[in-house]
Design a protein around this ligand. Sequence first.
Ligand code: NAD
Length: 483
Amino acid sequence: MSFIEQWLHDAVPALVGGEWRTGQQTFAVDNPATDETIARVADMGADDTRDAVAAAYNAGAAWRATPVKQRSALLRRWFELINEHADDLARLMTLEQGKPLAEAKGEVIYGASFIEFFAEEAKRMAGETLPSHGADKRLLVLREPVGVVAAITPWNFPLAMITRKCAPALAAGCTVVIKPAEATPLTALAAAYLALEAGLPAGTINVITASKPAAVGEVLTTDPRVRKVSFTGSTPVGKHLLAQCASTVKKTAMELGGNAPFIVFDDADVDAAVDGAIASKFRNAGQTCVCTNRFLVQDGIYDTFVAKLTERVNALKVGDGLAEGSVIGPLINQAAIDKVQRHVDDAQGKGARLMCGGKLHTAGEHFYTPTVLADVTTEMAVADEETFGPVAPVFRFKQDSEAIQMANDTPFGLAAYFYATDYRRIWRTMEALEYGMVGVNEGLISTELAPFGGVKESGLGREGSHHGLDEFTELKYVCVGGL
Ligand code: NAD
């Protein structure tokens, strides 16, 4: 893809109102596998952000008036272009984020699927007529776009977190200002470039890149023209943005952190559970919000599960995401490595048994050896904090009620998983888990067809499915009288 090759040599501009804007300043985007700078990107500030909001606001009236079949066709073209450029986008993603190329390609396909889905779903954005309270009146409910949407996204899914917000927003007739994570702005810019290529009008999609997100965030959360802030990232930043949004009473969607439990009951198919564990825990080197953070395993199956899991984890190939066969790439930066090592040291210091890993990998400074810890207890940091790395801590429980209590004993409530075969246990557990998403005998649950989101401090709102479109619409009740 020529524009990407060009970018990797020049300073990469941001996108404001259909214009590619270079900043006075730039910041470096580094490859986490090698620490080499792969590009420099425009470092935008509050004024640029206000310009982007103005561009989105000004483009809004024409976009919402564009017939839905035309909006849908433009989104469909965007979807096709992303798929046509899937290999280049995947390579770019691996370069800036580190995930293995096959996973990056998977994310491109997954990210594009939201555009395809919402291009169709927009056609079903229907209002209602309601029974009336008077013979001379008719009651209508119109479904209208919210207005300008700010999309603030994390580095761990550089494309999918953007399409999951922008596709339903644009489909509903909203316009967007994207603020991608400072570690991974290139994939976001490439996606926006393809949106313009697809024919989305200038100003409908804007991208503000910044090394210091607070100034940009301040504008996006306080400018009255922005009507919705859709954020994916950590819980502390989400709380901060939520508070900032209060002054102009914005609608918000908050996709925040998790502390996912993965319960294995005595009656589980242990091989299936180990397959699910590998998929859930080690995807993206453990840097996924729905990643298992805690394995809770019943006494009778504990030793078998730990032995089988350790064997599989030992065989995971670590290396540069561009190298053939790598399944575990680097962590995003040094702070991520430090946190993982702190969790492992803390657990070992409090009596956990190291089954494998527990140290940096020889592949480089940002690579961590996939790790299994046994005899983990609730006094250890891994019980409460999101590790966000390739570490599988295995807790032990005896009674089912104990597992449920441990699983729910966290302020988070994003995803939970469990493996069991008894149908009564399956129903009881499914209902008792205080989570927004539950995988039953399944370790990978994300799809554009289902509502993704959390409860408690894991957030507000849902992305994906028809619920994801509703998030970008307002209801307008109209009472027509005097008939
Ligand atoms: P982060 O909260 O540090 O950053 C997320 C985004 O917010 C980035 O774009 C960052 O630049 C921006 N940001 C930070 N401070 C800001 C401010 N003051 N104003 C405006 N923007 C600001 O999170 P991260 O480290 O990029 O991502 C990892 C976290 O994201 C983990 O906690 C993970 O669980 C969570 N996450 C959640 C989901 C979900 O769907 N629930 C999905 C992926 C990641």
